[in-house]
Design a protein around this ligand. Sequence first.
Ligand SMILES: C[S@@+](CC[C@H](N)C(=O)[O-])C[C@H]1O[C@@H](n2cnc3c(N)ncnc32)[C@H](O)[C@@H]1O
Length: 374
Amino acid sequence: MFKRFDESEIWDLHNDYFLNRGLKAWSKGEVPYTGISNYFEAFKKAIFFYECLGNLNKELEEIKILELGSGNAEFAYNFLKAFEDIDQKNYFSKLKYTVSDYSQKTLDELQTSKKLDSYKDKVIYLKLDINFQMNEIQDHEYDLIMCNYLLDQLPARVIAKDSLKNEYLEKYISIDLSSSEKIKKIRKQQKFLTLDFQKEIKLDHQIILDSCFRPNRTSTIIYSYGALRAIRRILFKLKVSGIFIASDFNASSKPGLDYFDPCFYGNSLAQAVNFEFICKYFFNEDQETINHKNLTKKEHQFILMYEDPIKPLHTLILTRPDYPKELKLNQAYEKIYKQNVYLRILFRYLVEMKFALMIFLIIFLLIYFFCFFK
Ligand SMILES: C[S@@+](CC[C@H](N)C(=O)[O-])C[C@H]1O[C@@H](n2cnc3c(N)ncnc32)[C@H](O)[C@@H]1O
C-alpha cells in the first residue's frame, strides 16, 4: 500500500533501530561519525561559542549546554576537550553539558562505557525525544543548544511542482516488509500523487515553500517540517543570549520529479534538510538571497554556511529575536567560509572543464572515425 513518504513504515524501522541498537550503531561502523564529530569539527563550534560568550561582556555564573541526539557522544567529548583547551577565562569551570538522546539504551551504554568520565562533574545524561519531550525541559535555560546530524532524522515530506500544469505533487512510497529486514534492501516502489497544496500545507509555510521551487521548471523539494518544528521548540529553551547550532546535509531543489532515496545507515535513514526553507521561515524577506551569507535583521539572526566545498554539509547558527549582540562569523568560521568559496569555484570550474573536455573528446572521436571509415 502506498503511503505518504513521512508516514511510511521505513520511519518505524528507523526509530526501532536507534532505540534498540545502542552503541553498536557506531562501534560496528554502521553509522558514520568520525568526519562529523571529530575534534576539529567540535573545536570550530567550541571556539565560536566561546567568543560569543566573551562578546556578551558580562559575568557568567553557569554555562549550560544541551546537545540533542548525542548518540555515541563522540562530538560531546571532543567539544568538551576543545572548550577546555581554548579556555582562558575560567568559563570551563562553570560549564554543564547535557548529553541527550531519545534512546535510553544508547544513554545507558554510554554511561557504562565511561567515555565521558574525564568530564564526570560536567556531564548530565538525559533521555529526551525532540519530537515529543521538549516540554519536559525548562524554557530560557540554555546558553547553547546543538544538533549534530539530528535534523535529518526528523520527519519530512517530498513535494514537487509541475511548472507546466502548475500543480503540486507529493512522493508516496510502498514497501514490501517481507523482502528484507534491511532498510536499504527492502523492495520499495515510489510514485508522485497530486497534492492539494492550499489544503494540506500549513498556511504560513505555503509561500516560503513555493519560493524554494525552481522558477519555470518542474522541480522537487524537501519539506523539512519536522526540523522546523524542532527548531522552533528549541528556541524557547534558549536564554536571551543563547545560540542554536546545527550541522547537517542540505537538500537543495532537484530538477524534475526526484525519485532518489534518502541515505540509509545501518537500519536508519537520513533525509537531507531543506535549510533554505528553514532560514526563509526565520528571515522572511523575499528579495534577499540567503545562501551562505551572514544576514542580520531586527528579528532572528542567522548564519548559514557550507562546511565542505563538495559535500552539501551545512552549519546553521541561529539566535532568538532578542539576542543582544550582532551575530558574526568568527575567525575560524570566516577562514572556512572563504576557503570553501574558492574551493567551490575551483570545483565547479573543474567539473565544467571535465564536461567541456568530454564533449571535445567525443567530437574529436566522431571526426576521427568519420574520416577513418570514409
Ligand atoms: C545520525 S545519529 C547522530 C549522532 C551524533 N549526534 C553524531 O553526530 O554522531 C542521530 C542520533 O539522534 C538520535 N535521535 C533520532 N531521533 C531522535 C529524536 N526524535 N529525539 C532525540 N534523539 C533522536 C538517535 O538515537 C541517534 O543517536
